[in-house]
Write a protein that binds this ligand. Structure first.
Ligand SMILES: [Zn+2]
Ligand SMILES: [Zn+2]
Length: 179
């Protein structure tokens, strides 16, 4: 069974979400999930002019840290991520690569002045983690209404999609898995 390494990066109090997330990802991708502390200082991804963390830097470090025989690595961040061309990202992945990262930061309803909702936060995190890992199986964005591979610009977009692959994306993941 392929191994997915789950790496918490500044998750603060939200490390409670890691095990349920690991269970969900095991179920979806049939991977063995191992949790691992980051072997680098995540502060090196901090961009002081933006006050955010460069997700591309994190992906590079996650990859450098991860043994070759580990199929995939997913960073779970609790900080605001960006890529240079965008104001922010919920997460990022290398297409057909091994590394992905997601952040809980903009998934938390408290950021939008709403009451805390742990269940909603967890559902959003699952969707974005499945979405970013989907990219590592070479999936592009999908236009199927509720497919988890639909791209999300705003947090409301995440709530509109399901945590499931459409039939075509599901098949593509199955085909990308080693037999
Ligand atoms: Zn995407
Ligand atoms: Zn799809």
């Amino acid at each position: 069974m392929e191994v997915l390494r789950l790496v918490p990066i500044y998750c603060g109090a939200r490390t409670d979400l890691l095990q349920p997330l690991a269970d969900r990802l095991t179920h979806v991708f049939h991977l063995r999930v191992e949790q691992h502390a980051p072997g680098f200082d995540p502060e090196l991804a901090f961009d002081s002019s933006r006050g955010q963390y460069n997700s591309r830097t994190l992906l590079g470090r996650l990859l450098r840290d991860t043994p070759k025989d580990t199929a995939r690595v997913l960073g779970i961040a609790g900080v605001d991520l960006f890529i240079p061309v965008l104001t922010f990202v919920f997460g990022e992945a290398q297409l057909e690569g091994r590394a992905a990262a997601v952040s809980t930061y903009r998934l938390d309803s408290q950021l939008y002045g709403l009451p805390a909702d742990s269940d909603l936060l967890f559902e959003r995190l699952c969707k974005e983690a499945i979405h970013e890992l989907g990219h590592t199986y070479n999936l592009m964005h999908c236009h199927h209404n509720r497919c988890v591979m639909t791209s999300s610009t705003y947090v409301e977009d995440i709530d509109l999609k399901s945590d499931q692959f459409c039939r075509r994306c599901y098949r593509a993941v199955q085909e990308a898995r080693p037999r």
